[in-house]
Design a protein around this ligand. Sequence first.
Ligand code: NAP
Length: 243
Amino acid sequence: MKTALITGASRGIGKATAELFAENGYAVIINYNKSEKEALSLVSEIRGKGGTAMAIKADVSSETEVSEMMKKISENFSSIDVLINNAGISLQKMLTETSIEEWDNIFGITARGTFLVTKSVLPMMINKKSGSIINISSIWGNVGASCEVAYSSAKASLIGFTKALAKEVGPSGIRVNCLCPGVIDTDMNKMHSEETLACLCDETPLMRIGSPSEVAETILFLASEKSSFITGQVFSVDGGMTV
Ligand code: NAP
């Protein structure tokens, strides 16, 4: 049985990914930070359907917590085959109103978190000479969003991270790809009014927002052998919004 570690899997895209991976025979490690109830209920749901799942709390921006998470993983799983760096937060503010703390926090979770978790998982993958890493960026990391400079910059860092790491670990049989979701129906977009969501749909060729499961299906493809010759790539799952 292959094992997938999904960061930020208590809600939204990460949760849908954990459900889909479990349905497809993966043992899933559900990392969460604050939403313990949701993470434990997801574990019960997956186990109830005969799947293998474990929830582990860790703030991905904390070196200590990531290290404790890896210790728990090594006690319970022989290796990690797939890593999905999905944990993230949003920030809608003009640059002039963004505080240093907010800037550091979003980079802490997005860039530092991805660095810390990937660095911890890589030795296992290098040892096996196989693995797939999928980094969840955003269309805004690709094209930039007004009033989301911190978010766009942090997400853009994952694109560089993906391309460089793909070159570095390709000879070790490890693939690294990046996914840029468009507007997806999760808590992250709950603050938008009906009017704003309607405008976002109007800007999307497919005339709707996406579902977490549509992102999860692409992640599953990038984790699987079906994408065995694909690495260092950036894919948009955005209904055509950034075409
Ligand atoms: P969401 O519903 O708000 O869920 C965010 C997840 O990230 C939660 O499970 C949360 O866990 C976790 N998380 C946040 N900070 C964390 C930390 N410090 N350590 C560990 N986990 C942490 O958001 P989503 O829409 O599913 O977003 C998932 C990813 O997709 C994010 O990286 C986001 O930027 C990206 N994305 C989303 C959209 C969209 O439209 N929804 C578009 C483009 C990209 P806890 O609740 O347990 O803290």
